[in-house]
Design a protein around this ligand. Structure first.
Ligand code: CU
Length: 184
C-alpha cells in the first residue's frame, strides 16, 4: 500500500488518540475519585489535594481550585492548619530563579525534576502575601504555580489521608476545606 495514502488519516487518528488520552489524564488528575467542593459566599473551592510526602521530609504542598462567582475581585490572604498537624501553612508561588541565591527547600528539588532540570534555570518558591481571584474568574493552584506549603508536619502525608485547612478570603470570609493526599 502507498504510505502516502495512509499518512493523513493516520495522523488524524493519532492526534485524536493523543487528545483523548490528554483529556482522560487531566480529568483523572484534576477530579480524583470524589472531589468535594466548598462554598463560602461567592467563593467555591474544589479539588483540594496534597502530595504524598516523599521520604522523611516534613514539608508538604497543597493544591486547589478557587472560583470567584462575584463581580468583585477577591483575595486569598491566609491559609492555616492546626498546630498539631503542621507548624505552619503559607501561600507560595513557584518562580524561575536564574542562577539563584534563592533558598531551596527539600520539596522543590523533588518537583524541579518534573519542571525540567535545566541547569541554567531553576524553579524556586517564594511566599506571597495574597493571591487575587478575578471577578467571575478561577485561579488554580497546581504544581509549578501557586500552592500552600506546609512545614513541620507532625507526620508524613499518606495517600488517601484527609486533613482540614482554613482559608481566609477578603470578601469570601474564612472557610474550612478538606484536602485529600494523592500520590505525586
Ligand atoms: Cu512552597
Amino acid at each position: 500500500m502507498n504510505p502516502r495514502l495512509l499518512s493523513r488519516p493516520m495522523a488524524l487518528v493519532a492526534l485524536t488518540l493523543i487528545a483523548g488520552l490528554a483529556l482522560a489524564a487531566s480529568a483523572c488528575s484534576s477530579s480524583g475519585s470524589s472531589s468535594s467542593t466548598f462554598t463560602s459566599k461567592n467563593i467555591v473551592v474544589s479539588n483540594v489535594w496534597a502530595r504524598e510526602s516523599a521520604g522523611s521530609t516534613d514539608t508538604g504542598a497543597v493544591y486547589l481550585t478557587i472560583e470567584n462567582n462575584s463581580a468583585t475581585v477577591d483575595k486569598l490572604f491566609s491559609a492555616s492548619v492546626p498546630q498539631s498537624f503542621a507548624k505552619s501553612a503559607s501561600i507560595h508561588e513557584m518562580v524561575m530563579a536564574a542562577g539563584s541565591t534563592a533558598t531551596t527547600m527539600a520539596m522543590e528539588s523533588a518537583s524541579s525534576t518534573t519542571m525540567g532540570s535545566d541547569s541554567s534555570s531553576m524553579m524556586s518558591m517564594k511566599e506571597v502575601a495574597s493571591v487575587a481571584i478575578p471577578a467571575n474568574g478561577t485561579v488554580t493552584f497546581e504544581p509549578g504555580g501557586y500552592h500552600i506549603t506546609l512545614t513541620g508536619l507532625a507526620a508524613p502525608l499518606k495517600v488517601g489521608q484527609k486533613f482540614d485547612i482554613n482559608l481566609g478570603f477578603l470578601n469570601g470570609g474564612v472557610m474550612k476545606v478538606t484536602a485529600t493526599v494523592k500520590a505525586p
